[in-house]
Design a protein around this ligand. Structure first.
Ligand code: ADP
Ligand code: MG
Length: 492
């Protein structure tokens, strides 16, 4: 039988696919600005880190900061991109109080980095390759300040001229979750290769999200909306989800999505139109006559390449192969370069990677988290932790006692003692001596005749009661595995 459906029902049957491309602005960790010698500072008195150039004074010429170029190359190499032998700085014109020159210097037609990619892990650990179309150097603008000025607007130009790398992904992301995974991977990477603090509160890593919808299976792109200036992973996720719902509703009612720029209101968790998107020609781009084309010699690329650290993805794979760690554990350890170094230092000394990983991601991570510090500020050195791991592994101490020692070391009570000295002095060594434990077990069983009878009559849960009694009788020092074995032999 053939059933007819209305157009409306047909529309409702249509599946929509989300398409996202991200533009990420990463502030490069240079000492001075992109084209002036003014220092790059954050949180300073307004207008104290500015030169005549940043103020837009006439007759002052820009001079390119080579360190920013090196950092851009470093990024390009880390995403297996092409480094352009020649790239060009252009002027992008717009009029806004925080841009005194009346134009921003940016790379337009010929960016320094082209055609790279980044692999992101999806929820099921499957990898997805995201193309990065380009990354270009540009200067940041200043800031308008509204607070505490009695209704007036102030201009702070400390940020003006700060070097940014704008990293532009292809529209390869298909959900808010994928967008966040991409951003987190990118965030880890730029910190790893030390090109940026990527501090999101300070605006050193911020994102514009382009979002469109299309019928599933369709290859052409739908009309996109650009959401500006998202500065947390959570906001990115919320803004995209809001936009996906909004656009889907419009499309399902047969409407069309307007191409526009919107901003995200974090309180309302909603996006609002900001302005109709400028056409490229509104900016009147042209090559900056004050700056020569940037020519990059292979020698410079080779020098930067020689300074590259092992990248997070490579480290993670190596941790799995070399140390037999799970994907999950290897990812957690490799995500933070210093944490990974700490892990390898302990492992080199204690030769027990799995136990070490457990301790770092368990006890140590909890302590760091509680005291709100990073691994560099750890109160337990890699050497101390290695000693502890060794003594657990050779059964000198139980994990329980090890935790006790860990707390003592963390609190600084016994900072100047080795783990072994502590174990001896505080008599913390585990008791593995079978004869000795046998005597204690016999004693305990004699004292608890009634329970032994119940046990033998089938009340098997009493087993752990006996174990507990013996361990208690040794002040927690009896080796539970040995006790278990002994009791097993005695009760059967
Ligand atoms: P523009 O030159 O206008 O900035 P680009 O082509 O450089 O546009 O793209 C800017 C960003 O928008 C890129 O991250 C790209 O992936 C993304 N993008 C472009 N078209 C779409 C679309 N239809 N849907 C989602 N994202 C898009
Ligand atoms: Mg753009």
């Amino acid at each position: 039988m053939i059933r007819l459906i209305t157009t409306k029902q047909l529309k409702n049957l249509m599946q929509w696919e989300t398409v996202i491309g991200l533009e990420v602005h990463v502030q490069l960790a240079t000492k001075t600005k992109l084209f002036s010698g003014a220092p790059v500072n954050y949180g300073f008195e307004p207008n104290t880190s500015v030169s005549l150039l940043d103020l837009g004074m006439p007759g002052v010429l820009p001079a390119l900061n080579l360190e920013a170029v090196r950092l851009a190359i470093k990024f390009g190499l880390s995403i297996a991109a092409e480094i352009a032998p020649i790239s060009i700085f252009s002027r992008k014109h717009y009029f806004y109080p925080d841009l005194p020159k009346g134009y921003q210097i940016t790379q337009h037609a010929l960016p320094i980095v082209k055609n790279g990619h980044l692999e992101i892990a999806l929820a099921d650990n499957e990898l997805k390759r995201i193309s990065i179309n380009r990354a270009h150097l540009e200067e940041d603008a200043g800031k308008s300040v509204h607070e505490g000025l009695g209704g007036l607007t102030g201009i702070d130009l400390n940020r003006a001229g700060t070097p940014l790398l704008e990293i532009v992904s292809a529209p390869d992301l298909n959900s808010a979750k994928e967008a966040v995974a991409y951003l987190k991977t990118l965030h880890t990477l730029v910190r790893y290769i030390e090109i940026s603090s990527a501090n999101m509160q300070e605006g050193a890593f911020r994102c514009d999200a382009n979002v469109s919808m299309r019928p599933a299976g369709n290859n052409s792109l739908g009309t996109r909306v650009e959401i500006k200036n998202l500065n947390s992973f959570r906001f990115v996720e919320q803004a995209i989800n809001y936009e996906v719902n909004r656009q889907t509703k419009i499309l399902e009612q047969g409407g069309i999505v307007k191409q526009e720029t919107r901003f995200f209101n974090a309180q309302k968790k909603a996006t609002w139109p900001m302005r109709i998107k400028e056409e490229a020609e509104d900016y009147r781009y042209f090559p900056d006559p004050d700056l020569l084309p940037l020519k990059i010699e292979p020698e410079l690329i080779a020098a930067v390449e020689a300074s590259m650290p092992e990248l997070p993805a490579a480290k993670q794979k190596r941790f799995m192969q070399q140390y037999g760690l799970s994907t999950y554990t290897a990812t957690l350890l490799a995500t933070d370069r210093e944490l990974a170094d700490y892990f390898e230092k302990v492992t080199a000394l204690a030769a027990n990677p799995k136990l070490t990983a457990n301790w770092i991601l368990g006890e140590l991570a909890a302590a760091l988290n509680r005291d709100n510090c990073n691994i560099k500020q750890s109160k337990i050195s890699a050497e101390h932790l290695a000693d502890l791991i060794r003594r657990i592994a050779d059964q000198t101490i139980s994990e329980k006692i090890a935790k006790l020692i860990f707390v003592k070391l963390w609190n600084g009570d016994n900072k100047h003692q080795t783990v072994d000295e502590l174990i001896t002095k505080k008599q913390l060594a585990q008791i593995n001596d079978k004869d000795y434990l046998n005597k204690i077990a016999t004693n305990i069983l004699t004292q608890h005749q009634k329970e032994v009878k119940s046990y033998q009559a089938g009340k098997k849960q009493l087993f752990s009661f006996f174990v507990g009694q013996i361990i208690q009788a040794t002040n927690g020092k009896a080796n539970p595995a040995v006790v278990n074995q002994l009791l097993h032999d005695m009760l059967f």
